[in-house]
Design a protein around this ligand. Structure first.
Ligand code: B12
Ligand code: SF4
Length: 559
């Protein structure tokens, strides 16, 4: 009998895009949600393909099947698995994992069948629907009937915030797990659940959970977890053999700002940061992993406070690390010294949450920024050759035709390399909701009206921007985002080719939105895509040999 695994983590389940597109289409092709999704895919061989899938398809059709590893979200190692695994390991609990469900089903089935797993934990970082979770639970139950199933993470917290007690009980019962953890963290609850299961104790005294009883799910009292990031920097040595080209690192939790369209700081709890020495410790481990070429710092405001950011950058420069990095960046705080250090430390690009080109809207958003400051920051980044991506919101309360014009003019003239505009998502969990009387906000989510705009018009305007502004380059969101651009580069595509590939894909979407209805994208667009990919220089930066679980099982000394 192999050693007991106290907790088996299941990372991201990338659902079939075909089914996802159908489920959103069921809301109506004129719904704002579908129109938003429509700018993320083209039709090929009769099916919808998002940008990563079309990259995979064009390369496969070009005859690269053998050694080719498809581009998926799993290319970035799950930080939740890394973080929770480290946390358990430091508490003498054993763990194992699959980084992605879809790609590692075979291994997962084998592991589940061994019968030595105490609990299975389902990570929900990127789920906005229950379907990927249902598929995982069904799979677990098919292969194992003793392990207790625990679900936590953002999906669970979102449901708890949005549903009433009866709906929640119905959802939890239908999903079929034994425990649900409601916390923006949840690692402390996880340890307590595992220990309770191992010693057959009642989980009743564990805060922030819902657990199965004969009469439905029992909820325990809420008490915010406040685990210190500095006490749980990820021990990448535990994962090194199975990490590919990309990892995420976080140096802070939550955010010190309070933009009125964003509920993140409130959910994520008190803002906390790790010190430079702790970050150095983690980056030393990351850099030791031969395959890692790119680090994404996931902090929402990595460059604030500025003094701390410069210290981190100096540390990276001194460390002489081999990886490049990208992050979110608040460019209104950019100064020459910072940007120079960014370049020297291997910054490959930044994501700018610009949101609007109108000072009046920025004020309503409480962005603590101005158009002038943005322009100054972007100019500096450009001077040092750091690629920039700007993200914009259309239709925020206060928006008018004039402010939209200001935003369009900003997108065209600011000098950013990439952008995307998205209609405002009216989330009742965000600060602006408290001012709904003032702005006469009616409806929510993707269907809303307010005193000066409505979601239908915002969708029209967003389409117009997409159709008319070709430079900078629009980057589709679904399964790609700005991050996807770096993945293309690290797979050996030259920047111009990667840009041409994205442009060709956008041309396919424009053709779909404006041309006569057609079953498939035109041959002309496919040729553009093929030309952009050309012959990829696969030897320099291609992700290393495909991961094969069998090669690495011997390395599991943490189990
Ligand atoms: C990086 C990132 C991405 C990258 C992911 C790259 C990758 N391959 O990993 C990209 C750009 C692809 C992405 C995409 C999306 N993202 Co995103 N993303 C993030 C970001 C910045 C970091 C995620 C992360 O790694 N966090 C670090 C880990 C450690 O935190 P965590 O997952 O919350 O896990 C902690 C706890 O929640 C808990 N936990 C998690 N799972 C479990 C399970 C159990 C059992 C337990 C006990 C605990 C537990 O333990 C962890 C340690 O405390 C977050 C914002 C943020 N700062 O977290 C948004 C975020 C996760 N994304 C979000 C969204 C909405 C999306 C999109 C849906 C956007 C869209 N409309 O397309 C897509 C979804 C994917 C897709 N189909 O395209 C939302 C929320 C998602 C949700 N589940 O509700 C977030 C929170 C941003 C926000 N403020 O709204 N994203
Ligand atoms: S949008 Fe970004 S900076 Fe603003 S509150 Fe949200 S996480 Fe913080």
């Amino acid at each position: 009998m192999s050693k007991t695994i106290d907790c088996f983590f299941i990372g991201h389940n990338e659902m079939s895009f075909d089914e996802y597109e159908k489920s959103v289409r069921d809301m109506g092709v004129e719904s704002a949600a579908y129109r938003d999704l429509d700018k993320n895919f083209i039709r090929y061989h009769g099916n919808p393909y998002h940008l990563s899938e079309i990259f995979n398809a064009v390369r496969r059709d070009g005859g690269e099947e053998g050694s080719f590893k498809p581009l998926t979200l799993g290319d970035t190692f799950s930080l939740a698995v890394a973080y929770l695994g480290t946390y358990l390991h430091r508490r003498n609990l054993t763990f194992d994992y699959v980084n992605t469900f879809r790609d590692e089903k075979e291994r997962l089935a084998e592991k589940l069948a061994e019968g030595n797993i105490v609990t299975v934990a389902i990570i929900t970082t990127l789920y906005v629907s229950v379907f990927p979770i249902l598929e995982i639970v069904e799979f677990i139950k098919k292969h194992n009937n003793t392990a207790r199933i625990i679900i936590g993470g953002p999906f669970v917290s979102n449901q708890v915030r949005g549903l009433g007690p009866m709906e929640l009980d119905y959802l939890f019962t239908s999903v079929g797990a034994d425990f649900y953890v409601n916390s923006s963290q949840g690692e402390a609850a996880l340890v307590k659940i595992i220990n309770a299961v191992k010693s057959s104790r009642s989980p009743d005294g564990i805060p922030n959970i819902y657990y199965k009883t004969n009469g439905g799910f029992r909820r325990t009292p809420v008490s915010r977890e406040d685990n210190r990031l500095t006490e749980n920097m990820v021990d990448w040595d535990l994962f090194a053999p199975r990490v590919g080209g990309h990892v995420s690192v976080r140096t802070s939790i939550s955010c010190p700002f309070s933009c009125t369209f964003c509920g993140f700081p409130q959910h994520a709890g008190q803002y906390q940061t790790a010190g430079v020495e702790e970050i150095r410790g983690e980056l030393d481990l990351v850099d030791k992993i031969p395959s890692v070429g790119s680090v994404q710092f996931i902090d929402d405001t990595f460059n604030v406070p500025v003094k701390r950011f410069k210290e981190i950058l100096r540390m990276i420069v001194t460390g002489g690390y081999k990886f490049q990095w990208h992050s979110h960046f608040r460019c209104q705080f950019a100064d020459r010294e910072t940007v120079k250090l960014m370049k020297e430390s291997g910054c490959e690009g930044v994501f700018l949450g610009i949101e609007s080109g109108s000072d009046r809207i920025l004020k309503i958003m409480n962005k603590a920024a101005s158009v002038d400051k943005y322009l100054g920051g972007i100019a500096l980044l450009k001077e040092y050759g750091i690629p920039t991506y700007g993200s914009f919101i259309v239709g925020f309360p206060g928006e008018t035709d004039e402010t939209v014009e200001e935003t369009v003019s900003f997108i065209k003239k600011s000098g950013i390399d990439f952008y995307r505009a998205q209609l405002w998502y009216c989330d009742p969990m965000t600060p602006i909701w408290r001012e709904r009387g003032k702005y006469r906000i009616e409806g929510s989510h993707f269907e809303w009206t307010h005193a000066t705009f409505d979601s239908k018009r915002a969708s029209d305007v967003t389409d117009e921007i997409f159709l008319s502004v070709h430079d900078p380059i629009w980057i589709p969101q679904y399964n790609f985002e700005y991050d996807g651009y770096f993945h293309l580069l690290h797979r050996g595509l030259e920047p111009d080719r990667a840009k041409n590939f994205i442009k060709a894909f956008n041309n396919g979407i424009r053709e779909k939105l404006t041309g006569p209805p057609r079953k498939d994208v035109s041959r002309g667009v496919i040729e553009e895509l093929e030309t952009a990919l050309g012959k990829i220089n696969g030897t320099k930066k291609e992700t290393p040999k495909d991961y094969d679980a069998k090669d690495y099982d011997a390395d599991f000394d943490f189990i």
